[in-house]
Ligand binder design. Structure first.
Ligand code: NAG
Ligand code: NAG
Ligand code: NAG
Length: 280
């Protein structure tokens, strides 16, 4: 137990720290206010004073150097082909309210929900049967330099659009930001089939004319709604291209970053939710 004197000293020390950080960090979206800073929560719990226990939620970390491009899983996020959104995906199995020592929740999630990765088994029966699941994907492809580009907002991703983007040879990972981001489709509960994605000819052009091995998009499917099957088949055929869908790309400058994308090691699954971040 800390004495009152100790607590006062600690309070003084933390106040100094906070004053210092408010000078060092300019307030921005990542740090909307100093009162939300981790020092403050740490102080609250260590002093046993829980009045101000507000968890911090951030879109960027390390002063903006690490950008979270994953969507938070929430019940109102869209689900493919559904008007009702994703719905409940967490359930308490044990609860302290029920006399258990701890709370323990169960996760029940469509593997292609939110920010997620597709494996070759997603559209190919024989790849599924042969075991080309999420656990077989190459982490080297999922992690490394990436180019974030803006797709002209008046079109799906066709061969013509791919050509116009002039993505240099040698670029192996590209995140395509489209009209979907401007329309905030991933923040809308109702699935919108008019989203922008790859048309089959755009996918074919990518496979034949670029070195791209990771394709990232900003809605639930890499393929335009009308081209779902052919586009996936074209991209997944070689088993060398990894598709990342449902990325959160708003507010990020186009350009080169380091991408880190880590799907879960789900044996037998043809998809998995993933945490994806960009590092400047
Ligand atoms: C609590 O216990 C009741 C009765 O056994 C059960 O119906 C309920 O699902 C439990 N809830 C949790 C969160 O454990
Ligand atoms: C457990 O869950 C209940 C809701 O059923 C919540 O009120 C309680 O604070 C939680 N306890 C812990 C230890 O997380
Ligand atoms: C993209 O294609 C979809 C059909 O899959 C269509 O509804 C939508 O209007 C197209 N978007 C643009 C910007 O052309």
């Amino acid at each position: 137990m800390m004495t009152t004197q100790h607590q006062q000293l600690l309070r003084f020390f933390l106040l100094l720290t906070l004053l210092h950080s408010s000078v060092a960090l300019s307030p921005n979206d990542a740090y909307p206010s100093v009162t939300d800073s981790p020092e403050c929560s740490a102080f609250s719990s260590s002093s046993g004073d829980d009045d101000n226990l507000v968890p911090e939620r951030r879109e960027t970390h390390a002063g903006g150097r690490i950008i979270d491009i994953s969507h938070a899983y929430v019940t109102d996020m869209p689900a493919y082909n559904s008007e009702h959104g994703m719905g409940e995906f967490l359930r308490l199995l044990t609860s302290t309210k029920n006399g258990s020592n701890s709370n323990g929740s169960e996760l029940k999630l469509f593997v292609h929900a939110g920010t997620h990765v597709d494996a070759p088994a997603h559209f190919y029966d024989h790849y599924y049967d042969a075991g080309f699941d999420i656990d077989t994907l190459d982490l080297e492809v999922l992690n490394g330099p990436v180019l974030l580009v803006d797709v002209p907002r008046d079109s799906n991703i066709t061969a013509e659009v791919m050509k116009s983007l002039n993505i240099p040879k040698g670029v192996r990972r590209v995140l395509f930001r489209t009209l979907n981001t401007d329309r905030r489709l991933m923040f809308k509960k109702e699935f919108d089939s008019s989203f922008v994605g790859f048309k089959a000819d755009g996918a074919k052009w990518l496979v034949e004319n670029t070195d791209i091995k990771l394709v990232g998009v900003d809605y639930l499917s890499v393929a335009a709604y009308t081209d779902s099957k052919p586009t996936h088949l074209i991209l997944l055929k070689s088993r060398e291209i990894i598709i990342v869908e449902g990325l959160k790309l708003d507010g990020v400058k186009a350009g080169v970053y380091d991408l880190h994308c880590l799907p879960l090691r789900l044996r037998g699954a043809e998809g998995s939710p993933a945490r994806c971040i960009l590092i400047k």
